[in-house]
Design a protein around this ligand. Structure first.
Ligand code: EZ4
Ligand code: CO
Length: 402
C-alpha cells in the first residue's frame, strides 16, 4: 500500500478545526487532527508546503519510520507547529492501518485493558453558588468526575468560566480578550469552593481543578496543602513546567496529586517530571504529543515511574483527537482519566464518530481505525474565522500567563 495524496481542510463549525486526510492507492483513507488553537493556518502551510510532499509514495504501515523521517528530518526538532503536523500524519496513518486490517485501533495497540474510559466534565460558575449547581448537573448526567472552576470575587473574569455552560470555548474572534489576575484573591477563595463542594456532594464524586499555569511553586504548594482535606483527584498546571525541577518544591509540601502537560510536545518535556516522580498525571494528548507513535513511548516511560495519563480533551481538539485518545486510553495499563469537553452539534455533524458516553465512561466504539469521518461538503459551509485565546495581566498590568 502507498500514500497517493493528502489534503488539508479548514472549517469552523462553531470553532476552527484543521483536518488532514491521507489517501492511499488502495482507496483506504485516514484522518488526522491538525488543530493548533489560535494559530491554525501556520500548521496548514507547514503540512501543505513541507510535509505532504514528503509522505507521498510511502507505505502508510511504516508509521514509525515516517514519524522519525518528519521529526529528525526537519533538523530543527519539535515545537507546537511541527509536532501538531506530525501528530496529524501519525493519527491518519494509524487510522489507515485499522481500516485496511478492518480492526478498531485499540486492537492494534494491545487490546482493551478496561471496559471503558472514565472521563471528567467541566463545571463552572460565575460565582460559588452557580459553580456548586453546575457540578450537580454533571453528577446528574452520570459523570463520576467533575472539574470545578469558579469566578473569583474581585476579579471581573477568569479562566474556565463560560456563558455557554456545556460548550466552553475560550478562543474568540477579534483581538485577544484581556483577563485580570490576582494570585492572592484566587488562593484565598479556591479552598472555600472545594470545602462547599465536598459539603454538598460528599466524597464519592472525583473533583478536579485547573490552575492554568498561574502560580509560582511556593504558591502552588500552599494551594495543594489547603486543598488536602477535600481529596481532589488532581490539581492541574499549577505552574508552568519550565523548569521541570520546579515541581519538586510543590511535591515536597503536599499530597494533593499533580497533573501537567497539555502544552508539552516532546517526550523530553516529561523526562525529569516522570523519572523523578514529580507528578501523578500527564496531560499530553495524541495531538500535541506527536501522535500515537510518541504517546505510546511516553506512556511506557510513565508506567515505570507510577505516573498515569490524563489526556487533554478540550474543544480545540477535534473529535479525531478525542477518538484517537480513547483508543489509547483504553489500551494502556497506566491510564488515569480522560478530559471530555463536549463539542457542539455542528461540530459533531462535520465529524461523524463512533465513540459514545454513558454513565461516566466513554467508549471508542468498534468501527475500524479510530472511527471518525469528515464530512467535506458540510465543512465547506463553515469557513475559517481568525480567533485568539485570551491573554492575562496582573492587577498592575504586568503580562502574565493566561
Ligand atoms: O484552555 O485547550 O484543561 N483544559 C484546558 C483547556 C485549554 C484550551 C486552550 O485552547 O486547560 O481548556
Ligand atoms: Co488545562
Amino acid at each position: 500500500m502507498k500514500i497517493k495524496d493528502a489534503k488539508v481542510y479548514v472549517t469552523c463549525p462553531d470553532r476552527n478545526f484543521v483536518t488532514l486526510k491521507v489517501f492511499t492507492d488502495e482507496g483506504v483513507y485516514g484522518i488526522g487532527d491538525a488543530t493548533l488553537n489560535g494559530r491554525e493556518l501556520s500548521v496548514v502551510t507547514y503540512l501543505e508546503e513541507y510535509v505532504i510532499p514528503l509522505i507521498i509514495g510511502k507505505d502508510p504501515f511504516q508509521s514509525e519510520d515516517i514519524w522519525q523521517y518528519l521529526y529528525r528530518g526537519e533538523y530543527w526538532r519539535g515545537g507546537a507547529v511541527t509536532m501538531t503536523a506530525i501528530a496529524a500524519v501519525d493519527m491518519a496513518l494509524w487510522d489507515i492501518k485499522g481500516k485496511a486490517l478492518n480492526v478498531p485501533l485499540y486492537n492494534l495497540l494491545g487490546g482493551k485493558s478496561r471496559f471503558g474510559v472514565m472521563v471528567y466534565g467541566h463545571a463552572n460558575g460565575k460565582d460559588m453558588e452557580e459553580a456548586i449547581d453546575e457540578v450537580g448537573k454533571y453528577v446528574d448526567m452520570g459523570y463520576l468526575a467533575v472539574r470545578a472552576q469558579c469566578g473569583i470575587p474581585g476579579l471581573p473574569s477568569t479562566y474556565g468560566v463560560a456563558k455557554e455552560k456545556l460548550f466552553y470555548e475560550p478562543a474568540q474572534k477579534g483581538l485577544p480578550q484581556e483577563n485580570i489576575w490576582s494570585s492572592e484573591k484566587y488562593l484565598n477563595f479556591i479552598p472555600i469552593l472545594f470545602q462547599k463542594l465536598r459539603d454538598t456532594y460528599g466524597e464519592d464524586v472525583h473533583l478536579l481543578h485547573d490552575v492554568h499555569h498561574r502560580l509560582t511553586p511556593t504558591e502552588a504548594a500552599r494551594l495543594g496543602k489547603n486543598l488536602e482535606p477535600y481529596h481532589l483527584f488532581w490539581i492541574e498546571d499549577v505552574v508552568t513546567a519550565e523548569p521541570q525541577e520546579g515541581f519538586r518544591i510543590i511535591r515536597e509540601h503536599t499530597t494533593t496529586p499533580l497533573a501537567v502537560g497539555e502544552v508539552f510536545h516532546d517526550i523530553w518535556d516529561t523526562q525529569v517530571l516522570i523519572t523523578q516522580q514529580l507528578i501523578d498525571y500527564l496531560r499530553m494528548t495524541v495531538l500535541r504529543g506527536g501522535g500515537l507513535t510518541q504517546m505510546r513511548k511516553v506512556a511506557a516511560l510513565a508506567e515505570l515511574f507510577h505516573v498515569r495519563t490524563g489526556c487533554h480533551g478540550a474543544t480545540d481538539l477535534s473529535p479525531v483527537t478525542m477518538a484517537s485518545a480513547l483508543h489509547f486510553d483504553i489500551s494502556i495499563n497506566n491510564f488515569g482519566i480522560q478530559e471530555f469537553m463536549r463539542h457542539t452539534e455542528k461540530t459533531y455533524e462535520v465529524f461523524p464518530h463512533s465513540y459514545s458516553f454513558k454513565d461516566g465512561y466513554m467508549y471508542p466504539g468498534d468501527a475500524p481505525g479510530h472511527g471518525v469521518d469528515f464530512n467535506e461538503d458540510l465543512a465547506k459551509k463553515y469557513p475559517y474565522e481568525r480567533a485568539y485565546l485570551p491573554i492575562n495581566r496582573k492587577l498592575d498590568g504586568t503580562m502574565w500567563n493566561w
